[in-house]
Each structure stands twice: as C-alpha cells, then as structure tokens.
Design a protein around this ligand. Structure first.
Ligand code: AMP
Length: 283
C-alpha cells in the first residue's frame, strides 16, 4: 500500500494509473479512527475496482462545534495498519492546508435545498456544505469511477448523490449497508469515546428503532414519535435530539404514513456528551 500525504504526489500517481483505461478507481473518503464499517466499504470497492483509494482526513469545515473537532478520535498508525491488512492500494492522508488551497470553492457555492435543511442539517448548521466542499475537492482530484458511502450517514449519502449529479456525473455513488456491532450498535468512530457504562447502554438506540419499525403498521406517526421520545426519557443518560420518519428519496418528513412509498426512521441522540446517529427502513 502506498501512503500519500500530498495532493500533487497523488496526482502524479493517478496520472500513471488513469493512463490505462482498464484501471478503474474506487474511492472511500473517511475521517479515520477506522472500524469494520469503514473496512466493509473498502471490501465492496475491491470487488468493483482495480485500484482503491481510502482518504483519511478530519475535515474542519464540516464541524459546527470546535470541541467536537478537537475531540474527534485520531488513530492514524492503527488506521494505516488496518488499511494495509485489508488490501487498500493507496491511503491518502493530506493536511488541511494542502486540501484547502487558495482557489477552493466556498460553502455558498452549494445549495442542496430541503435535504440539507432537515435533521442533521438542522442541528449541525453548515455541516453538509463542509462535507460537500471536501468531497468535491477529492472528486476533482481523484476522478474515481466509483465512490463509496455508508447508509449510516444516509442524509450525507443523498447530499453526495446530489453533488455528483450536478458536478461529477461520471462518478458512480455506491451506497453501502450499515455495519453493526454484535449487539446492534451501528459502528462509528465516536463509539470509542463512550465510557464503558455508556457503551453498554448504547445498543438501546437500535433496539428502539427496531421496536418502532414493529409498531409502525398499527400506529400513527405522531404517536410513534411520542413513544420513541418516552422510551429514551426512561434513561437520563440519553438525550434525544430528533426522531423523524422521512421519504428515502427526498427526505420529505412524513406526517402521513400512507403517502410515501419508502420511509426511513432517523434518530440522533446524545449519550452523555457523545452524539450518535442511526436509521432503519421502516415500511
Ligand atoms: P466517517 O469516517 O465517519 O466520516 O465515515 C466514512 C464513511 O464510512 C462514510 O461514508 C460513512 O457513512 C461510512 N460509515 C461509517 N460508519 C459506518 C457503518 N457502521 N457502516 C457502514 N458505513 C459506515
């Protein structure tokens, strides 16, 4: 595996690789602190591309909270080891000043309409434009054939699909299933920040989502929201930020369950100080 830290070195490497049309390139952007969820994206990419690139970059422009940025877990040596073992071809690990060079487009160059304004977009102002900025820079540089995104960050996946549709129509966006711990907790770099007690409690999030799915047929949406609210209130360590049911195509929030073909239930919850998100297809 090659470890590349500079854009211009990656560019030279890519010039060589992409000279040959048969060399398809897969790209998996990450913020590091890698876990099996990230590796599952790489495993999928390996089945579809000749060369696979994983980036590790804790992107400052997508953090709306400077403490969150400072505290974000960083485990670069272990990450490199995991990528090597998993058969990654190139680990791209740039510095912020190299990523954001002077002529970088700014957040206001993007507008994703409704999908950037609900749920994560509502509670993390500017988050998705920061994501779009960095992914746009990486897409322009790497020009992959395919790029892989986890459905754990489902709203992000729709933002990226929209970005690709408008600016990078040649890049195929591949959604990847949520990878979970044995106890159901969605894998996340942030899970490492939980205390032991919090970690033991965390599977409740997915348990409530699964129960909500079971209840969905026999209950109205506002009643279901009420029920989820009450379930999280039973343990004071959990602080529910939102529970929403939205259309899987456009994230229109569903008020009536009969008017949408495909709905997903989304949750964001603070467990102590750690903010966790998850989702489940519900109908
Ligand atoms: P992150 O490093 O958290 O920015 O995640 C990088 C990519 O990995 C994103 O596309 C995430 O959606 C994806 N990802 C993170 N956790 C999981 C998971 N548990 N299952 C599947 N994909 C994931």
């Amino acid at each position: 595996m090659k470890i590349i830290k500079e854009r211009k070195i990656l560019q030279l490497e890519l010039n060589n690789i992409q000279k040959d049309d048969s060399n398809s390139v897969g790209f998996i952007p990450t913020m590091g602190a890698l876990h099996k969820g990230h590796i599952s994206l790489l495993e999928k990419a390996k089945t579809q591309n000749k060369i696979n690139i994983v980036s590790i970059f804790v992107n400052p422009t997508q953090f709306n909270n400077s403490n969150d940025l400072v505290n974000y877990p960083r485990t670069i040596e272990e990450d490199i080891d995991k990528l090597e073992k998993a058969g990654c071809d190139i680990a791209f690990i740039p510095e912020a000043k190299d990523v954001y060079q002077e002529n970088t487009i700014i957040k206001d160059d993007f507008n994703f309409g409704h999908i950037e304004n609900v749920m994560e977009g509502k509670y993390r102002k500017g988050h998705f434009r920061g994501v779009a900025m960095v992914v746009n820079i990486f897409f322009e540089l790497i020009k992959p054939n395919r790029a892989y995104f986890g459905m754990k960050d489902y709203q992000q996946l729709l933002i990226i699909k929209s970005l690709a549709h408008e600016f990078h129509p040649n890049i195929e966006i591949i959604p990847c299933n949520i990878f979970r711990e044995n106890d159901g907790l969605a894998m996340s770099s942030r899970n490492t920040l939980l205390t032991n007690v919090q970690r033991e409690k965390a599977p409740l999030i997915y348990e409530i989502l699964k129960k909500a799915k079971n209840k969905f047929k026999g209950i109205e949406i506002d009643e279901l929201k009420e029920w989820v609210n009450k379930e999280f209130k039973k343990d004071a360590d959990f602080n529910l930020e939102y529970f929403e049911i939205a259309d899987s195509d456009n994230l229109i929030l569903a008020e009536n369950k009969h008017t949408h073909k495909s709905l997903i239930a989304f949750v964001a919850v603070n467990l102590g100080k750690i903010r966790l998100i998850d989702n489940i297809p519900i109908n």
